[in-house]
Ligand binder design. Sequence first.
Ligand SMILES: Cc1cc2nc3c(=O)[nH]c(=O)nc-3n(C[C@H](O)[C@H](O)[C@H](O)COP(=O)(O)OP(=O)(O)OC[C@H]3O[C@@H](n4cnc5c(N)ncnc54)[C@H](O)[C@@H]3O)c2cc1C
Length: 378
Amino acid sequence: MNKEYDIAVLGGGLAGLSVLYHLIKAGKLEGKKALLVDPEGRKSAHDRTWSFWETEPGPFEAQVFHRWHEVTVHDRDRDLNCKLHPYVYKLIRSSEFYAHVNMVIDDSGAVTRIEQVASDVEGHSDKVTFRVGEEAYQVNHAFSSIPLHLRPRQIKEPYLDQHFRGWYVKTEEEIFDPGVAALMDFRTPQENETRFLYVLPFSKTEAVVEIAIFSNVHLKMEEYDRLIGNYIKEHWTVQPYTIEHYENGNIPMTTYPFPRWDGNLIYIGLRGGAARPSTGYTFYGLQRQLVELADSFPATPPKPWRNRDIMYDATILRILQDNRLPGDQVFTDLFQRNPTPRLLSFLNGESTVGQELALMSTTNIAQFGRSFVSEIFN
Ligand SMILES: Cc1cc2nc3c(=O)[nH]c(=O)nc-3n(C[C@H](O)[C@H](O)[C@H](O)COP(=O)(O)OP(=O)(O)OC[C@H]3O[C@@H](n4cnc5c(N)ncnc54)[C@H](O)[C@@H]3O)c2cc1C
């Protein structure tokens, strides 16, 4: 049994790298030896684009690639312009994030990397054991973001996948306003699901145009591409453009109670329930949680979301999953009937009860009220 390391981080994606980064910044790795295990090794690619909103500079402010102070929301009948102040919508590309965080991790001199899969991970009250290949390890504490694959039919909580595909486009015409992002544009056939596009422009000729679908039935890649192509032609340009980069993925949206720890094994990232169930946004809430976790480590890790956020989200997700109300209407109504900062603070899990009551009063109260009560007893 290898007992050389104090701490292990199993999974070196967003959550694993972030927890190491924050532990280092909090001085919690001084005099300690940590092991980072990920079969994909030292990440460097632009394989994700993380967008989020916040009011203050965040821990990765220098890595922010672009910022927007205004967004738009559209459905077939409405075009809304929403000023974000005091929030700013920000985008970080994984390539810059990985480069910076990996540099800090390497400079700490405390972390050894293994490019393999971890298995047989077991938490105990005073240690964590796991295997990497033939070797068995024992550490005092471990953080795992090894994905948990849930089957929607096997859980009682609402569950929707958010599957998406994005194009980084460069146009010939100057069609974009780099100061304004289209946050949710529902002007695409909804097919009894919640489908929207978002457009995040970096210059007058460059933007990421992405389609996101909340449903448990995924499309063939050509179909996402057809929908994005049609949308650009209908709403942005019929002139030629090039696609410089693609992005696709899936974020499980569920209020399933992901276990937060098992003895000294702490679950983080999507595995620890860090994705906001009603939106899939993860980056901001995860950093907030991991900063707090690192500061108080090894005390009990904080929750990614408050209990009442989970109840609101169970309500919204159930309404969407059972098609009790059309998703385009639910979200466009929320933006139209609320000051944008109220909605953004709610979605970040930093709203007051007063703000939440005000927001709930702008929804279809009969439907939201009934669904909320039935989720309490679910
Ligand atoms: C393309 C994409 C875009 C996204 N955009 C946004 C966004 O704009 N805003 C936002 O807030 N959220 C976004 N998300 C959601 C969320 O922020 C990301 O999914 C984020 O990467 C989740 O972090 P994680 O560490 O849980 O998972 P990951 O970053 O996927 O890391 C998990 C790691 O575990 C490793 N692993 C797997 N099995 C093992 C094993 N057995 N042993 C060891 N390691 C293992 C994997 O190799 C991987 O590196 C996006 C997600 C995707 C996929």
